[in-house]
Design a protein around this ligand. Structure first.
Ligand SMILES: NC(=O)c1ccc[n+]([C@@H]2O[C@H](COP(=O)([O-])OP(=O)(O)OC[C@H]3O[C@@H](n4cnc5c(N)ncnc54)[C@H](OP(=O)(O)O)[C@@H]3O)[C@@H](O)[C@H]2O)c1
Length: 300
């Protein structure tokens, strides 16, 4: 057994999941972040040469990609950048991983599904994204799997946390500013705390250690797993739970999707079935209300 901690190259630094990963992965290796703002290594991932140079220079034992173009509505008009970052770059990371024998953990989204359904989506259900963002993320999954790197993809959903741009923080701000608010009540998913995603990722990776001190996804390489909190909620349900837990008062009204037009279409039903993760890795996230309570407790 090699007792040296391997180097983990994390793409993303301040992002919701990247921020948490920097903490949760610290027990598994020496985490080095690469990103735009304040990262250990300044890197614009769209610069293929700079990416390749950095990966060769660091020679990591694992790459974790928590960077992405995540502005779902803006992606409709910034199609090229969304595709570059979410699809092509992911393929390039995979190719580097394959060439350097370095495993890659990557995150994808419930938005790869159409949302036309009424039972939680399984990993092998047919993707049919309805937005530029969803298509670009599906492109990333395919490019990574096509690279033949030792890789694993975690599809998650409705991410929120104490930092960054997310529904929890937006609602808390709006409750302070407004007396009444309309929130979409006919789209269903599973709100998922970024901390839980990072902790589950670390627990999964801890099972992937190899004799030589590195990582390998072994029999699960090139597989996709769903990773979201249990249960389901509409955005309205999620907003009600946030309001109930706080001290502000605000009248909440449930809206139909048509009453809240957005540039990108959202899946109506994007709840993920997480059974495979439980079967393969013994990991299951808590019910979304339980995770929300833990997150709010931390906020104080
Ligand atoms: N947010 C959701 O509701 C949601 C739902 C399902 C799946 N996901 C997936 O989960 C993953 C993480 O999402 P998130 O919510 O944590 O994202 P986020 O908070 O929007 O953060 C995006 C990250 O991408 C990095 N980044 C963006 N453009 C970059 C570039 N050109 N070069 C280098 N780095 C760049 C940022 O780096 P800096 O930190 O350096 O700024 C940041 O760390 C993504 O794959 C996303 O598709 C998210």
């Amino acid at each position: 057994m090699n007792y040296e901690k391997p180097r983990i190259l994390l793409f993303g630094h301040n992002g919701q999941i990247a921020w948490e990963l920097r903490r949760c992965l610290a027990t598994l290796g020496h985490v080095v972040s690469a990103g735009l703002d304040g990262a250990d290594h300044e890197l614009d991932l769209t610069d293929a040469e700079a990416l390749s140079r950095l990966v060769h220079e660091l020679n990591p034992g694992l790459m974790v990609n928590a960077a992405a173009y995540t502005a779902v509505d803006q992606a409709e008009s910034e199609t090229e950048l969304a595709w570059r970052l979410n699809a092509e770059v992911v393929g390039e990371i995979g190719q580097l991983g394959a060439a350097m024998d370095c495993p890659v953990l990557h995150y994808s989204t419930d938005y790869v599904f159409s949302g036309q359904g009424d039972r939680p989506w399984k990993e092998n259900d047919e993707p049919d994204p309805r937005s530029v963002y969803g298509r670009s993320k599906l492109g990333g999954e395919q490019a990574l799997l096509g690279s033949r790197a030792d890789c694993l993809i975690l599809r998650t959903a409705w991410v929120y946390g104490g930092r960054g741009s997310n529904f929890l923080l937006t609602m808390q701000r709006l409750f302070r500013e407004k007396d009444s608010l309309g929130v979409v009540g006919d789209q269903f998913g599973a709100p998922t705390w970024s901390r839980m995603i990072a902790e589950a990722s670390a627990q999964l990776l801890a099972q992937c250690r190899t004799e030589d001190g590195g990582f390998s996804f072994g029999e699960h390489r090139e597989e996709i797993f769903h990773l979201s909190c249990e249960g389901q909620a509409s955005w309205y349900d999620f907003a009600c739970a946030i309001l109930e837990a706080g001290s502000e008062s605000c009248e909440l009204k449930s809206l139909r999707t048509e009453e809240y037009p957005t540039a990108a279409a959202r899946p109506a039903y994007s709840v993920l079935n997480n059974n495979r993760l439980w079967q393969a890795w013994g990991i299951r996230l808590p019910e979304w209300r339980e995770a929300l309570a833990l997150c709010l407790e931390e906020q104080g």
